[in-house]
Design a protein around this ligand. Structure first.
Ligand code: G3H
Ligand code: ZN
Length: 282
């Protein structure tokens, strides 16, 4: 069934679990997330990024309708989340399109401008029952920019700043920079576990880990055990998808029916989804 992101995150936090959120690009991604959630017996978040909306021509209606239908038809509890939204116009489109939550990403702005823009997004969202996540301290690596050095001091979220940020914006969840980086295709990121604990103690809202594709299993389990609640995974699905397509097409040089290679691609993503979901209960 289709549920709200807020209820999934609250339930996970109360039981000391994590809830994984997976990025949807194609219909097969949404189907694989539902199948993986059913296989693992766990809920999940279907998230569509601003970049994915741009890929689909800039209008989120069709992709949101497809993800909603997949969620409704599934026996797993699935929610719909709009991810990394920088455009206020897209933020406002989230409500009619049926999203229960949005990550409003003003992390490229200065601290003061980030607080101002995010507080405005929260006022808008809360008036419509929409749960709002925001980011402080850049995770990096998004949109082709060079991933920031995972150990560079500048890419960590400061706990004292996080505390005033959450108080000043009223956000429902906080995405933090603790050592992960977006778009990693190997799983070598090292998390700053002392910082995760300090951030958990500093803010009253659940923490969100972005760029989880590059974080090893053990590190994810440890982060969840320390109170990291929403775990965002994107690239790992694409690594599985594209790897399966490449293997199939290398072995079948004359194939033209896309279903021939989309079947193994979707199955590979399903396996990846189920794998990450099993890390949510440390
Ligand atoms: O918001 C989405 C996530 O942060 C995904 O990051 O593609 O590196 O797993 P990833
Ligand atoms: Zn992200």
């Amino acid at each position: 069934p289709l549920v709200s992101t807020g209820e999934l995150v609250t339930a996970a936090r109360e039981s000391g679990h994590g809830v994984a959120a997976f990025n949807v690009i194609t219909l097969e991604h949404a189907e694989a997330i539902a199948a993986g959630a059913e296989r693992a017996g766990a809920p999940a978040v279907l998230q569509i990024s601003e970049n994915a909306v741009k890929f689909h021509g800039g209008d989120l209606t069709a992709v949101a309708a497809a993800a909603t239908a997949v969620a409704r038809a599934s026996s797993a509890s699935l929610s719909l989340h709009l991810d990394h939204v920088e455009s206020v116009e897209l933020l406002r489109a989230a409500h009619p399109a049926g999203f229960s939550s949005v990550m409003f990403d003003a992390s490229k702005l200065t601290y003061g401008d980030n607080v101002k823009a995010t507080a405005e997004a929260v006022r808008w969202g809360h008036a419509r029952g929409i749960w709002i996540e925001a980011e402080l301290g850049r995770v990096g690596g998004k949109g082709g920019e060079a991933p920031l050095d995972a150990h560079a001091p500048g890419v960590r979220t400061d706990p004292a700043e996080a505390q005033s940020y959450v108080a000043g914006t009223g956000v429902d969840a906080l995405a933090v920079a603790v050592g992960s980086s977006h778009a990693m295709t190997d799983r070598t990121a090292a998390l700053d576990h002392a910082l995760i604990t300090a951030l958990r103690d500093a803010v009253p809202v659940p923490l969100v880990l972005h760029g989880s594709s590059g974080v090893p299993d053990g590190e994810i389990r440890r982060a969840v055990a320390a109170g990291m609640v929403k775990i965002n995974v994107g690239t790992a699905l694409n690594t599985a998808f594209t790897g399966a397509v490449r293997t199939y097409l290398d072995a079948h040089r004359t194939t033209v029916d896309p279903r021939k290679y989309l079947v193994p691609a979707r199955e590979a993503m399903t396996g990846t989804v189920a794998h990450f979901l099993r890390l949510m209960r440390p």
